[in-house]
Design a protein. Structure first.
Ligand code: NDP
Length: 399
């Protein structure tokens, strides 16, 4: 029985909150605190018939003093940050001040540069250790489940893993010519950045979308996928001994890429402020305002996602390959919690990671990436809470 404060009330938070309420034996009480309180209240009203007690609050998570006061008043066992990556450090500061455990799904990104890495959050390691609290970083799907898959493969299937390919396929169709499945600003910053992968102890950089492969995904079929930089590569490179290469691929359809190229060419994806009718606006933030809200895609999106990792390494002196993945159906997610599968596949592991920290199954103190903890209890919970995993010992490899 525990108490969690959830910050943010967007697409991912909505799923995590539904799941906390389903898991009321663990989450006896939650507070939903976000910038727009009416969204928190609407969700509370929808879910208030269950056993989990729900409170709501308005908060600007960038105001550390205000947030600290709210945390100290509610006294949660853990704070789950499902706002945006820009808020990570402020929320970590507030947790530190209030001496409460912290969980998130995405690493810190400064608002003025489209660049994300762990160094800012890893800088809190000693502070969290000295305060006797735990920060769990990256408890979504990727990072999150893909990182737990890696820890599980290392624990049970390999003596040494040398190659990891993380494959993220979304074969869902929402019927719009262009829309993003999670926060458009974060999504577009991620996919329009240079690509990179880890090889032989260093980063190798590519132009955006320079490396393309076709992969025949189980339960979906062949899809075009492109190499992207992705944050879990940075921590897995440190936490998987013997690793030689880690790559991340994501599928994109032709329509999405054509629209993105056009928006880039006309300057709409820029994060440099411009003057517009006497005030400054950021083109990408304006674009976000005119695109469909990802939370509204739920009823329209049909098809499946398949996200997982292909490992290559050795066991008992023999070379071995192994594929761990999850297949999720957009419409089934919508029927269950009113959201599409991208929010679902992130919100479920966010709830599970929070549960692990809240129950003390995973504890530091200190700041940890998710693959640093024992993967087994998390893998069991994935099967229980709607993201069952599948395995193959004869996967097709990505060349
Ligand atoms: P949304 O934009 O749908 O939701 C963000 C929420 O945060 C909104 O409710 C917003 O409030 C709130 N918020 C923003 N700024 C503040 C602030 N200063 N103070 C308080 N609340 C604030 O995003 P998503 O739900 O799509 O994504 C949430 C997080 O999940 C992001 O960090 C994203 O990067 C991450 N993510 C991780 C994935 C993974 O697999 N690891 C995959 C997908 C997403 P308002 O309602 O007023 O706008």
């Amino acid at each position: 029985m525990g108490k969690a404060m959830i910050i943010g009330c967007g697409g991912v938070a909505s799923v995590a909150i539904h799941k906390c309420c389903q898991n009321s034996d663990a989450f006896s009480e939650i507070m939903i605190a976000s910038r727009t309180k009416s969204k928190c209240d609407a969700l509370r009203d929808k879910l208030s018939g269950g056993k989990t007690k729900i409170q709501t609050a308005q908060v600007d998570a960038d105001n550390v003093a205000e947030l600290t006061e709210l945390i100290e008043k509610f006294k949660p066992d853990v704070v789950l940050n499902l706002a945006l990556p820009y808020q990570d450090l402020h929320i970590m500061d507030a947790c530190l001040a209030a001496r409460v455990n912290y969980v998130d799904t995405a690493n810190y990104e400064p608002p003025d540069t489209a660049h994300f890495e762990y160094k800012w959050q890893w800088a809190y390691r000693d502070k969290y250790k000295n305060a006797g609290i735990t920060a769990l970083l990256g408890s979504g799907f990727d990072p999150g489940v893909t990182s737990v898959f890696s820890a599980y493969a290392l624990k049970h299937e390999f003596d040494e893993i040398n190659y990891i390919d993380i494959l993220d396929c979304n074969a869902g169709d929402h019927g719009y010519p262009f829309a993003t499945n999670f926060n458009p600003e974060i999504n577009i910053r991620e996919v329009s950045a240079k690509g990179s992968y880890w090889e032989d102890g260093k980063w190798v950089y590519t132009e955006p979308m320079e490396i393309k492969r076709v992969y025949d995904f189980p339960e979906i079929g062949p899809k075009d996928m492109y190499l992207l930089h992705h944050e879990e590569i940075e921590s897995l490179a440190l936490n998987i001994p013997g690793i030689k290469r880690i790559r991340f691929f994501m599928t994109f359809g032709e329509s999405y890429l054509t629209h993105l190229r056009c928006l880039e060419n006309v300057g709409m994806t820029s994060i440099e402020p411009i003057d517009f009718e006497g005030h400054k606006i950021i083109p990408l933030q304006f674009l976000k305002a005119v695109l469909p809200d990802p939370a509204s895609l739920g009823p329209r999106t049909k098809g499946k996602t398949n996200i997982g990792c292909i490992f290559k390494g050795n066991k008992d002196g023999k070379e071995k390959t192994y594929y761990l993945y999850n297949v999720c159906d957009h419409q089934e997610c919508y029927r269950e919690v009113g959201s599409q599968a991208i929010s679902y596949t992130t919100g479920v592991p966010a709830m599970i990671g929070t549960e692990m920290v809240m129950k003390g199954i995973w504890k530091g103190p200190g700041v940890f990436n998710i693959e640093e903890f024992d993967p087994d209890p998390f893998m069991d919970e994935l099967n229980k809470w709607g993201l069952p995993w599948k395995e193959s010992r004869t996967p097709a490899l990505v060349e």
